[in-house]
Design a protein around this ligand. Sequence first.
Ligand code: DXP
Ligand SMILES: NCC(=O)COP(=O)(O)O
Length: 237
Amino acid sequence: MAILSVNVNKIATLRNSRGGDVPNLLKVAIDLEAFGAQGITIHPRPDERHIRYQDARDLKKVVQTELNIEGNPIESFIKLVDEVQPAQVTLVPDGPDALTSNAGWDTIKHKDFLTKIVKHFKDQGIRTSIFVDPTIEMIEGAAQTGVDRIELYTEDFASLYDTDRDKAIAPYITAAKKATELGIGINAGHDLSLENIKFFSEQIPGLLEVSIGHALISESLYLGLENVVNMYKSRLA
Ligand SMILES: CC(=O)[C@@H](O)[C@H](O)COP(=O)(O)O
Ligand SMILES: NCC(=O)COP(=O)(O)O
């Protein structure tokens, strides 16, 4: 069974929108673990629009499960990961202005760079993962860097799921089989949700971890709204 790592970027987005400390990111992470989350994922972007570099340092002190830090390995990111020593680092090729992660690595073109970065983190005992699109070529390229795992970029799966779920999953099954054959572990993430996660996890052989944020936090809002509206009304009665 794959483990669930909850991405808390959106909690930080909400906190930053008022400039204060509500919701408190550390309390949310601690509570998520108490509710059963098996990992906490953060993606500190260079503009710190949601997760701040200091959040990574603070979370490391309280997270009891696995802290997974995702991001583009620019110099400041590498320094942060070196300092924080998370359980896992996931390398994502996102541009500084990207709205969200929108592509996997070209593991052939960037093989030398990725090999160097993977070694840098692995030498410190940090598990490494490379964010990739589900193609054989990119999985083979990832394997050549010495990385421990790949994270399959699941946006294409999520967008096609409603129209044709068998077509949507097909490249991911092929990619997962190739990764296993090459001895690399399989993570997955981006736009996974309550709607598509069961099918995805049942279909992907050897899936070790999913990281889910945007949908999970949105679903939590919806599933909590009725309860909270009623709590307010009872106080107004
Ligand atoms: C790496 C990845 O797939 C992302 O989903 C990411 O961590 C989400 O980042 P944002 O919350 O900034 O959209
Ligand atoms: N690695 C993917 C992740 O952490 C969460 O992505 P999303 O669920 O916010 O799309």
